[in-house]
Write a protein that binds this ligand. Sequence first.
Ligand code: FMN
Length: 386
Amino acid sequence: MKYPKLISPTSVGRCDLKHRVVMSPLTRLRNDEATEAPGEINKLYYSQRASEGGLILSEGTSPSPGGRGYIRAPAVFNDAHVRGWKLVTDEVHAKGGFIFCQLMHAGRVSHSTLLPNQQLPVSPSAIQPSGLVHIPGGKKAPYEVPRALDVEEIPGIVEEYVVAARCAMEAGFDGVEIHCGNGYLPQQFLAKQCNIRTDQYGGSVPNRARFLLEVTDAVVAAIGSDKVGMKLQPGVTFSGLVEPEDDCFEQLAYLGPELQMRKMAYVCLSSCNYAPYFQFLGLTEPNFKNDVWRFFRQHYKGTLIINGGLSPERAEEYVAEGTADCVSFGVPFIANANLPELLAAGFENDQLNAGGWQTNLWYSHAGRPDEVGYTDWPLVEPTVAA
Ligand SMILES: Cc1cc2nc3c(=O)[nH]c(=O)nc-3n(C[C@H](O)[C@H](O)[C@H](O)COP(=O)(O)O)c2cc1C
C-alpha cells in the first residue's frame, strides 16, 4: 500500500470514513440559473465523485438571497433547493459516501444585479473590493462599494445561516461547512483590510472573529456540533483581498482553541501557497511561506483536514506525522472522479489526470453550464500503478 495512512479509516463528526481523501469544495457554476437548485447534471457530477466511506464537501452554496455571489451557483434556503440537493445527497449516500454542504455568503463579493431589489452587497465596512464581478448578460463589472452592516442587522445574517443549515439537513446532508475563506463574508469580518469597524465586530482579533463564532454557535445550537465544519483560508489573496492578512497567524492561534472548545466535526485549513494557483491569480511568488498547518495543529487538537496544493505523497506525510487527520483535494478531483480509488491503488501525483488545470472549464464551458469539463472526464481504471 503506497499511502497506508491516507487510505485508512477515521471518523469526521458522525461519519465513519474508510479513507481520508476528502473532496474539497469546488464552485462549478452549473446549477439552474433561475432556481439556484442542483439538478440531474449536478447529481451525476457528485455521484461520480462519491466513494464508499468517502467525504465530499459541496461547492459554495448561498445561505440566503443576500448571500448570492455568482450566477448558477447553488443556494440552500427554500424548498426547491432542498429538493434539488436531495437528488445529490441520496446519490452520494447510495454509494456509501458522506457529504457536507458548504455555506458561502459572498458579502461584498457580489453585485446589486445579482441581489434582491438591486440592493447593494453587504460587508462589515463600506470598502470596495478591487476587481471585476460577473453580472447577468455575460458581462463583467467592477465590484461596488458595499453597504456596511448595521450592528442591529448582524443577528439577522446569523439567523440566515441557521435557516440554511436546517434546510441542508432536511436535504439529507451529513452536516454543513461554514466557509470562512476566499474573501467571503466571514473572512471579510476577520480581515483588517475590509473591516475597519469600531464596534464589537472590529478592531482586535477576538472582535473580528466575533461574527464567525456567533454564526458557528448558532448553527451548532441548531444542528449539533458534530455536524458543523469550518473552512479557514488565512493569507489567501482572492476576491478582493489584495494582500495576505499580516496577522493571520494570530487569527489562527485565537481561533484554534475557540473552535476546539466547540467540538466541531472538523476544521479544514486551506493554504493557497502553491505555484499554479498563484500563476492563475497573476501573482509571481508565494504569499504565504510558513507551514500554516503545523502551526495551527499546535493550537487545535480536533479533527483537522488540510488542503491546498498537496500531492498524495505530501498528504501521506502530513497524516503520518499527525498534523492532519484528513486531506482534501480540489483540482485533482475535477478530472479524477475516482481519486480515492486511484490513490488506494497507489497512483502517484504525476500519474493522475492533470486536466483539472484547464481553467477555462472550471466555471462553465464556453459560457455554457454543460457537461464538458464537468461530468465527461474519462474514468481512469484503478489498475495498480506501476
Ligand atoms: C474551480 C474551483 C472552484 C473552487 N470553489 C471553491 C468553493 O466553492 N469553496 C471553497 O471553499 N473553495 C473553493 N475552491 C478552492 C478549493 O476548494 C481548494 O481549496 C483549492 O483548490 C486548493 O486545493 P487543491 O490544491 O487540492 O486544488 C475552488 C477551487 C477551484 C479550482
